[in-house]
Design a protein around this ligand. Sequence first.
Ligand code: BQZ
Length: 690
Amino acid sequence: MKVISGVLTTLMLGVSASAVTAKMVEPTTPPPAPSFSAQSEPVFVKRADIFDYRALDSYTEPEFVSAFVEAGKLPPVKDRLPAEPMVYKTANMPDGTGVYGGTLRHVIGGRPEGWNFWGGQSQGWGGIDIGMTECLTRTGPLFMVESTDLQPLPNLAPGWEWSEDGKTLTVHLIEGAKWSDGDPFDTQDIDFYWNDIIMDPEVTPLMGASQATYNGATLDIVDDHSFTMTFDTPFPESVLYNMAYGNFCPGPSHVLKPHHPRHGGESYDAFINAFPPEKLGFPVMGAWVPVEYRSDDIIVLRRNPYYWKVDEDGNQLPYLNEVHYRLSTWADRDVQAVAGTGDFSNLEQAENYVEALRRSAADDAPARLAFGPRTIGYTLYPNLSGNGWGEPDARAQAVRELNRNLDFRKGISQAIDRRRLGESLVKGPFTVQYPGGLYAGTSYYDNDSTVFYPYSLESARAHFEAAGLKDTDGNGFYNWPDGSPAGNGDVQITILHTFDYQTDKNLAEGVVAMLEEAGIRAALNSLNNNDRDANRDAGTYDWMVFRNDKELITVVQQTDELAPIGPTTARNHRANPAGELDLLDWEQDMVDVVQAFMASRDSDERAELMKRYQKLYTENLYGVGLTAYPGALIINKRFANIPSGVPIFMYNWAEDNIIRERVYVPEDAQRDHELHPKTLPSADGPVTAG
Ligand code: BQZ
């Protein structure tokens, strides 16, 4: 069913197009944001100032770990480390070389589905997966890197080089590093990640990486510690950003592979679910290993004895012996961090700002609170598929046809009073009216390229009528046009959101109220995070309130998610079961711009391409921006080596940005928070040396 073009329908309904358009309020550029400066700035350095890779004369470990070596349960620390471990430089450590001991107590609102990140399972977020699954490159700490030196940080890959023609990238792995169970880390892990995860259409890793994430590359193993990626276009350097957290974080092939159907596993479902949270000691390359899981209560991790990073004195990292993830709610994370019963929070739910600020202002407050830049933002996304993604019924299909009509999207946008919506979360200089697209204040943002549709109920209604809608029964709500497969009742859209965050819920409820004022009925589909993500990725929604991810902040990370460049790269427009992607013209233009950006090495050209992207996105309302505001890092005062000016969300979340493996608790500030002191991880949980 095609909705006849707005103007034609209007004429048929006896209302002259000019009368309707007369009520329309034209778009502008965004209103100026209330000034809000981050409370502290990073100390900008070059990447090489943070760490390098080299052999040191000797290495040390916590005394309790030496007991395992003396008992013959572990090789000497020198043999547990790579020939050239990553060495964090003391000069870049805010509080210098640390001491062993201490526990970092996270509180999270997610719940672990299992350890199989590569099978698409969530570990509950809040820093668990960031701490367990290390990746070839790293971007979280880039917030402190000078803009003239901005390139991904090496990580599991200390180095790489491009061929003369720029179409082949040779990547070198750290040599001699081991998984937390002692198994060697090498290109067997790369081969499994690439061929049995990325290139297997039956498997999707947690952050959705696909061959499109790596510019359509092909991959060949060269030897135990190097491989090549070959591309169609020269020097797609942005692919190195997409080899950081979330993407190209290889899994332990020695335990995963036997469960994979291509290697004797019984089924994909069995592969995905082969490592439930109860399965302790799951091998990681990260600093801490799961040793205890109590459902709806806590996950406890202990230091990885094979961790491949040290400080300049040769102390094997991490300094912290134990990390907790209390399984609670995201709101409780804020409460516990300011109260001192938890140690860390990304203050990102604006409703909690006033109380958190009040509690943290007290002289005896247990935690520091520091606001960063405005990088937390929410958008109302339309499902733009018209050809069956998510297998819509007649009503849902009719909504998607409306969604693909720009007048309808303009009506939705102008029905939203963004100022009132932001103030419903928190009053004060925090929230801004966010048009959607790239965030103001970020590297690629250009205000003149940003189109803003201001609040106007009259204009919203005019656009709904231009989209062919009319309130035929006079009840104040628009009806489907005669003959619509959805019947001739009131148009009703559903809005998907997660109830795991009060902010998501509040914004979704605010949107429903405002749409109803404009004559559009809306109903909420409120789910937990994992179910929200599942419906999002399956396309089983009409509209979705979604907290945006990092690609709209840095652009260079997850760039492939800026537009539907592949069948499964976008959040609100994916291919139908036949693999067909029915892009609208301006969407195709966005795709072309993003692909040109990913292929370009010229910074001026990249800046111009992002101006075009921003214009296409905001003029056509690829997403309807709602609000954006700054987040704040709350961290207990006993922790040392917390860099200044840490944004809670930029290239990555603060759990990555603070470089937890370097964080320590001075001896006189250590508390007896360890639940499994003097133990190391094993498949049977925490074990002592004796
Ligand atoms: C931070 C983050 C660390 C995911 C998740 C969660 C998922 C999304 C996003 C955030 C949580 C916290 O965010 O809210 O402050 O600790 O974990 O990963 O929102 O639903 O899918 O992208 O990172």
